[in-house]
Write a protein of this length. Structure first.
Length: 173
């Protein structure tokens, strides 16, 4: 697992699909994690700051929730309502995926890993100050460690050569 800052400083891979039915192979991505982080910050925070949080229920069923994540001091954070299903899912199973809203030409960005509740009051105060809304006492602070990050751009949008370029970053094991 890694923080947002560690991800942004690391290497990444890219795969360009040659045609719709011929996937490309993974190769080092010259701009690495910094380019993926810039795309993520643009897609997660520059327009509508609400993303989708995917969690897993006790029965193994996937669940999605709208929420507002934020990078503060190089770490990915969000406040979660204490009595919500997403809080229970994060406390009990920790696994998550965050997906940004789709951008122009269906550009996508997502991160996945493990979340943990943070009880330190100094972290709570600094993250609350950075949020685009008023944080309440009944919201719990979670940090989201990153394991896998993906960014997809589409080439030749609206033509017969329409195809994806996938970028990914993995935390070192």
């Amino acid at each position: 697992m890694a923080t947002w800052a560690e991800f942004a400083a690391g290497p990444a891979e890219v795969s360009e699909q040659v045609t719709a039915d011929a996937p490309g192979s993974w190769a080092p991505f010259r701009d690495g994690g910094a380019a993926l982080a810039a795309a993520g910050e643009r897609l997660l925070f520059d327009t509508i700051p609400v993303a989708l949080l995917g969690t897993v229920t006790a029965s193994g069923r996937p669940r999605i929730h709208p929420f507002v994540p934020k990078v503060v001091d190089g770490r990915l954070w969000a406040f979660v309502v204490a009595y919500s299903p997403k809080r229970r899912d994060l406390d009990d199973r920790r696994r998550y995926t965050i997906h940004a809203n789709l951008a122009e030409e269906d550009e996508e960005f997502w991160v996945s890993g493990e979340a943990r509740r943070e009880g330190d009051e100094s972290h709570r105060a600094s993250v609350a100050a950075a949020m685009p809304y008023t944080v309440h006492d009944w919201e719990m602070l979670f940090e989201f460690d990153l394991e896998l990050v993906g960014w997809t751009r589409w080439l030749d949008w609206g033509t017969p050569m329409h195809r994806p370029v996938h970028h990914r970053w993995r935390a070192s094991r």
